[in-house]
Structures are given as structure tokens and as C-alpha cells.
Design a protein around this ligand. Structure first.
Ligand SMILES: [Zn+2]
Length: 375
């Protein structure tokens, strides 16, 4: 194996991991290109993002989401892989990185823009150091590339298909990814359609792992729940959790997380059945002009008595949705920033023309919400 070393802005030495790759991805959701060996231990350069959980299969435009100084450092060091991990705010010292994050590959697009693509998951070998308040600083840590196992087949008797022994076919079916996936799609077709599954299926096909990642990033889960989904090595376990979540979908509410944390009270903000996709297939990742990365759920209705709007005229400036003006939405009780109200102001020719376009909807920050879905 050929190793190359480089220095980060903080002076730490890193080993590039470009030579530790498998030949190519075998999964449609990862698209073409090399992946790192499962279980490989590598020195990975990573960034800690606040309130953001990202899953394999997601794509980002580097220029859109990251500070120019990060781009400069990554290009200068010729880094082709880097990590992104959720940072949870520590009130005194900064951010505490989660144990599991995603490995991203970097490629130049046709216009020389850097495209990032989440391909795999990593786990820190040692508990990661607390990160200071600067979210644009790169760090390096020894990590293990997480394996992506298909189901619990490796734990079943080798000849279980012929001789189940004490494993009933029902039990085996619970741990068989394609079976659980078929069950989910069969039972919750309408909900999945509302969440934009038809477009996703066209892109990814029927593959339990890609489906489990798509569900985990689309469902109205809190960041704690999303992070625990990311940490699972088995797609079938992710799908089983989603079966429990979806079973209660018609009673699932989303609450203000700050009211719950600070005042131990519930302030209902919206119902899970209000979730819809403005543009089918959209990622839900947005960045504001100040460079803050937001993950937002788009919903058609909110509990109006529990929100209040900023006392400003709606503006089209830097709107994430063409033809819509935005106004900031706060929690009526604790004044936490919950997201934005979007009001349609123009019928200009935009994406989705010809389809029914809502006069108004809301983009709610996932990080500001807590769901009553079971963990
Ligand atoms: Zn609140």
C-alpha cells in the first residue's frame, strides 16, 4: 500500500487513504467510484457539523455548503476522502462529535465545482476530542470504516434455508432485508408516496440498504433518532425501526425540542401527516447566506397557535424555493427559531410548473423538532 502524508492547517500529519480502496461500488446508491475497505483503519480528515446528520447516498455541492477556507485546505492537501459528523452542542467547550459519521468522496464536476458524495460510514477508534466553536476547522482522527452487512444471514445456521431448527421462517423473515422492505412498502405505500419514494425508487431501485438510508433521512425523526439509525450496521435493523415508526405515523406529532428540554412541556408544532416534498427527490439540506447548514422538513400545515412569525415583510432574497417568499417562524412559547414560512408570490416558470403548487407551506428545522416516534 502506498501512503502519502500531508499536513492539515493545524499541522497534524495525516495519511491519505486513496490507496486503501476497493475497486468499485457494487451498490446503485453509491454510484460509480471507489470505496474504502470495510473495517479499514484510516486517518480521516473530518468536519464537525452542528445539528446535521447525513447518510450514505446523499450528495452535496461543496461550494454551496462549506466555507471557502475548507475548500482551500482540502484542495491544497489533495484530499479525496473526508468525514462529516454530527456535533452536539456542549454548553461550555464547543461541540461533541457523535461516534459515527459519514465518509465523503470528492470529485470535480464538469464546471470544476467540487461534488461531495456520502459513500460509507465511519466510527471513531477512540472517543473523539471535543471540537471548539469553529465549525470550519478540519480535524484528523483514526477511524474504522463501518461494514455494510446485508442482514443477519451470517449469524444464522449455514444451512438454515434447508433446516431451520429452532429458527422459524417467521423469525428468519424478520431479519431478511428484502422481506422487511417489501412489507414496509406494502403497508405504507401512501405515506412513502407522499414522502417522494417513487422518485427515489427510480434512482436507487429496490435495494434494502439504500431504502433504509433514504427512509432514515426522510422520516420525521429527531437528530438523536437519526444518529442512532446511522450507527446501525444492519439495514434490516434500520427497516425494523422504521416499521415501528410508521406504525404510529398517524399519531406522530412533532414538538418544539427547546420547550421540551428547557421547560419540560410539549408544544406541538405539526403533524407527521403534513410532511410533503416540494420538489420530489429533494435532499432537505439547505444553507443560508451566513453559511449555516440546515436540514429542513417541508410541511403543509402547522399548529398556528403555537408559532409566531417574525415581524418583517416576507422576502424573496436567497429563497430556497423559487417563487416563494420566506418569513422566519418562532416557537410561540420559548421563541426558538423553528424554521420558515414560505408564501407563493409568483407564478414564474419554475420547476414543478404544471403541478399543483401550494400557496403556502413551512420549512421546519429538523434540529428544532422532537418527534414522539419511538426510538
Ligand atoms: Zn418552544
Amino acid at each position: 500500500m502506498i501512503s502519502q502524508t500531508a499536513r492539515t492547517s493545524s499541522g497534524a500529519r495525516i495519511t491519505t487513504v486513496s490507496s486503501m480502496t476497493t475497486s468499485s461500488s457494487t451498490y446503485a446508491y453509491l454510484h460509480d467510484g471507489p470505496s474504502l475497505h470495510p473495517h479499514a483503519i484510516v486517518d480521516l480528515t473530518y468536519l464537525c457539523l452542528v445539528d446535521v446528520v447525513l447518510f450514505p447516498g446523499e450528495r452535496l455541492s461543496f461550494e454551496q455548503y462549506f466555507d471557502p477556507s475548507v475548500r482551500h485546505a482540502i484542495v491544497e492537501q489533495n484530499i479525496s476522502y473526508f468525514g462529516l459528523v454530527l456535533g452536539q452542542v456542549h454548553p461550555e467547550v464547543g461541540y461533541v462529535p457523535a461516534q459515527v459519521g459519514t465518509v465523503w468522496t470528492l470529485t470535480f464536476g464538469a464546471d470544476r465545482r467540487l461534488e461531495c458524495h456520502a459513500r460509507q460510514r465511519f466510527r471513531f477508534c477512540q472517543p473523539p476530542s471535543t471540537v471548539t466553536w469553529n465549525t470550519h476547522s478540519l480535524h484528523v482522527a483514526k477511524v474504522e470504516i463501518c461494514p455494510e452487512l446485508d442482514d443477519l444471514g451470517h449469524k444464522l445456521p449455514r444451512d438454515f434455508s434447508r433446516n431451520c431448527g429452532f429458527w422459524s421462517s417467521w423469525e428468519i423473515a424478520r431479519f431478511h432485508g428484502p422481506t422487511v422492505m417489501t412489507r414496509l412498502i406494502g403497508h405504507y405505500r401512501d405515506v412513502l408516496h407522499q414522502w417522494g419514494y417513487a422518485e427515489e425508487r427510480e434512482k436507487q431501485g429496490d435495494e434494502p440498504r439504500a431504502f433504509s438510508y433514504w427512509l432514515a433521512r426522510t422520516a420525521p425523526l429527531s437528530n438523536v433518532q437519526r444518529q442512532s439509525m446511522l450507527a446501525l450496521d444492519l439495514p434490516v435493523l434500520r427497516l425494523q425501526r422504521m416499521l415501528s415508526v410508521l406504525a404510529a405515523e398517524n399519531q406522530m406529532m412533532l414538538y418544539c425540542i427547546a420547550c421540551n428540554d428547557k421547560n419540560k412541556r410539549t408544544t406541538a408544532i405539526t403533524h407527521a401527516q403534513s410532511i410533503f416534498q416540494v420538489t420530489p427527490g429533494q435532499s432537505g439540506n439547505y444553507v443560508n447566506p451566513s453559511g449555516f447548514f440546515h436540514q429542513a422538513l417541508t410541511v403543509s400545515h402547522v399548529q398556528e397557535m403555537n408559532i409566531e412569525l417574525e415581524d418583517e415583510e416576507p422576502t424573496m432574497e436567497d429563497s430556497w424555493f423559487e417563487g416563494y417568499a420566506w418569513t422566519i417562524v418562532y416557537c410561540h412559547v420559548c421563541k426558538t427559531h423553528l424554521g420558515w414560512q414560505f408564501d407563493r408570490v409568483s407564478d414564474s416558470s419554475v420547476e414543478g410548473e404544471g403541478e399543483e403548487r401550494k400557496d403556502q407551506f413551512f420549512g421546519l428545522r429538523r434540529a428544532a423538532l422532537l418527534s414522539n416516534a419511538r426510538e
